[in-house]
Structures are given as C-alpha cells and as structure tokens.
Design a protein around this ligand. Structure first.
Ligand SMILES: Nc1ncnc2c1ncn2[C@@H]1O[C@H](COP(=O)(O)OP(=O)(O)OP(=O)(O)O)[C@@H](O)[C@H]1O
Length: 324
C-alpha cells in the first residue's frame, strides 16, 4: 500500500488550468487530445505493487516526461503499455484502440514503439542491418509475397532508403557497415532511436535516453527528440536527468510507489509538494528544511543531495552533469 497522497488541493502559485488539459491540472487529469489513456493499471511482484495507476492520459504531439525516484514503477509502466509485461488489472488505449493484452510486436505495428534503458542493438549485425530490423509490415515476411521477388525487392529498397536517411540524420551514416558492437554507448542510443523510427511510429517511448551518453552527444540527442515533435510524433520518456526534463518537456508526469502523484508543465510541477515529498521520501537523509528555502529548485536539490550522499547509486544525471 502506498502511503504517499496524490496532490489534489491547489497549491498557491501553481496554475490549476493548462491548454493541454481538460478541466483542472492534477494527477490523472484528462487531456484535450490524448494519444494514450490508461485506467486502473496494476502490476504486482509478490507483495509489492510496482504499478498502481488509476488513470493516466498522455497528450498527443507533445513531449511528456515520466519521472520519479528509483523504484517508482516507471519502467514497469513502460513495459506494460508496450506489451513487454502483463498487468494484474487494467485497460489502456492507444489512439482510440485498446491495446491491453496485445503482444509487443503488435503494439509496435500499431504505431507505439519503445527503446530500452540498456540498448538492445544486435552487436553482430551491421548498423544498417539493425535499422532494417526496425521496419514493420515487411511484405517479404509473408510466405506468398516472399516468393515474388519484385514485391519484396521494392520494399527492401524503400526500407534501405529510409534507413540511410535516418542514419544521415543521426550522423551514423559513416558507421553504416560497421558492427553495432563497435559503436559507443551514446551512438547505440542514437541507433536505437533511429531504428525505432523505421516503423514511422505515432508515439515513441524512450527509457532513459540520456543514461550513459557522453556530454558531446547530449545536445544532439536533445535536438533529435525535439525534431521528433516537430515531425508530429508524440514522445514519452523516462529520465532521471532533471536538466533534460526541464529543457525539453511540454508535460511532466510524476510517479512514486507505483502511483501518479502529480503532473503538470515542467516549470511548475517541480514545486508541487507531492513531488518534493516523493523525492524526499525516497532519500530520507535529505533535509527538507534546506530545500524549502528560497533558492535552487527543491527537486533538483533533493536529487543532488541524494547523489552526494550515495554517489555509487544510479540516482540521477544531475550530479554528474554539474561536475562535468
Ligand atoms: N521483474 C521484477 N520482479 C520483481 N520486482 C520487480 C520486477 N521489475 C520491477 N520490480 C520492482 O518493481 C518496482 C518498480 O520498478 P521499476 O523498474 O518499474 O521502477 P523505476 O521507476 O523504473 O526505477 P528506476 O528509475 O530505478 O529505473 C521496484 O521496486 C522493482 O524492484
């Protein structure tokens, strides 16, 4: 059972309306144009309720960050929505179609694709081969079509052209024939994002896109994510790097102990007491008094202090960034 109350009362200085929201801003609020709507989604691991989301809507055509302390249930929620895990209860729809119980490969075909915290590129295949694996609905996969060379040949050429376009966009064209295993961690993240785009998704879900990416590639990754939105793709990403969250998100959803405890635009959601509680709750050694004084953003400070106290823990990108 969670002991974290979701914030419901309006907090002074935090607007209660927003152009993306129908009605009042708050955990589980309805969106004007949602691309994902989830209801009563729970996932239990033994005695632990990793996900316990009453209602969640993700806005279409926007960049939404899913944040929360370690163990909040963010990755589990991603796994459920994309068919990589099965919930105990719950339904959800993507672009008006129910996707609960639909396996991962069909979810991807329907236009919702994801990347993983640890990249899943296939090291012994070339960069180009990895890209071609990302194309969906390949006619050559069907027995009849696979026997008719002109059918699959044309599609193979189209897919290769799209892969080359994306590789150029992500500055991986020089690596086209190299084994994926030879890429740096950051380049693999780029490859995974580029591969996800092969299927022309409507929604791309990125699990910690910045983790392990060297600072030289950070700007380019951020630029790619912003470009996705400009091309009309909706983006949902999990991230610990609060700088990135503040910088590129249109909307932020905060999870703690499996639940959505707050949501709102990035400039105000971090001031929500439920968010500060959620982060402090995860790091009991942080002094709330220090954080509530005027000065730096309290959530960023809680993250920074937690990182200082436990530099070995994978808590945040904040501390590392500031040291760099
Ligand atoms: N397969 C599993 N078996 C048992 N427990 C699990 C499993 N997957 C996740 N959990 C637990 O569920 C909770 C939520 O985990 P999850 O990975 O979704 O959190 P998260 O918010 O993504 O955390 P992080 O930011 O550290 O990646 C954690 O307590 C985790 O230990």
């Amino acid at each position: 059972m969670s002991n974290l109350p979701a914030s419901t009362a309006p907090v002074s200085g935090i607007p209660t309306t927003h152009p993306l929201v129908k009605g009042e801003v708050g955990p589980g609020c309805a969106k004007v144009d949602p691309i994902v709507i989830a209801d009563s989604v729970t996932r239990q691991f033994g005695g632990l309720k990793a996900v316990d989301v009453d209602h969640l809507e993700i806005p279409r055509g926007k960049i939404t960050a899913l944040i929360g302390p370690n163990g909040a249930g963010k990755t589990t929620m991603f796994n459920l929505l994309t068919g990589f895990d099965k919930p105990n209860t719950g339904t959800w729809e993507f672009d008006g179609k129910s996707l609960a119980g639909v396996p991962a490969f069909k979810v991807a075909r329907s236009g919702m694709v994801r990347t993983f915290q640890l990249t899943k590129s296939l090291g012994r295949l070339s960069v180009l081969q990895n890209m071609l694996l990302g194309a969906t609905g390949q006619k050559g996969e069907k027995l009849f079509a696979s026997l008719i060379r002109p059918i699959w040949k044309k599609q193979e050429e189209e897919n290769t052209a799209r892969a080359d376009d994306l590789l150029a966009r992500f500055k991986l064209d020089a690596k086209r024939e190299d084994y994926a295993a030879s890429l740096s961690g950051g380049q693999r993240k780029l490859l995974e994002m580029a591969r996800a785009l092969m299927s022309k998704p409507q929604l791309i879900m990125l699990d910690e896109p910045m983790a392990g990416v060297n600072p030289a590639l950070t700007q380019s990754l951020l630029g790619h994510i912003k470009n996705l939105k400009e091309d009309g793709t909706s983006v949902l990403f999990v991230e610990h790097d609060m700088h990135m969250v503040m910088h590129i998100s249109d909307w932020v959803v905060v999870m703690a102990e499996g639940r959505v405890v707050a949501e709102g635009p990035p400039e105000t959601v971090m001031k929500d007491p439920a968010v500060i509680d959620a982060y402090l709750g995860a790091h009991h050694d942080t002094d709330l008094g220090d954080l509530m004084e005027d000065g730096p953003n309290p959530v960023l400070e809680a993250e920074r202090k937690a990182h200082e106290a436990h530099p070995e823990a994978e808590t945040t990108g904040y501390g590392e960034k500031d040291k760099a």
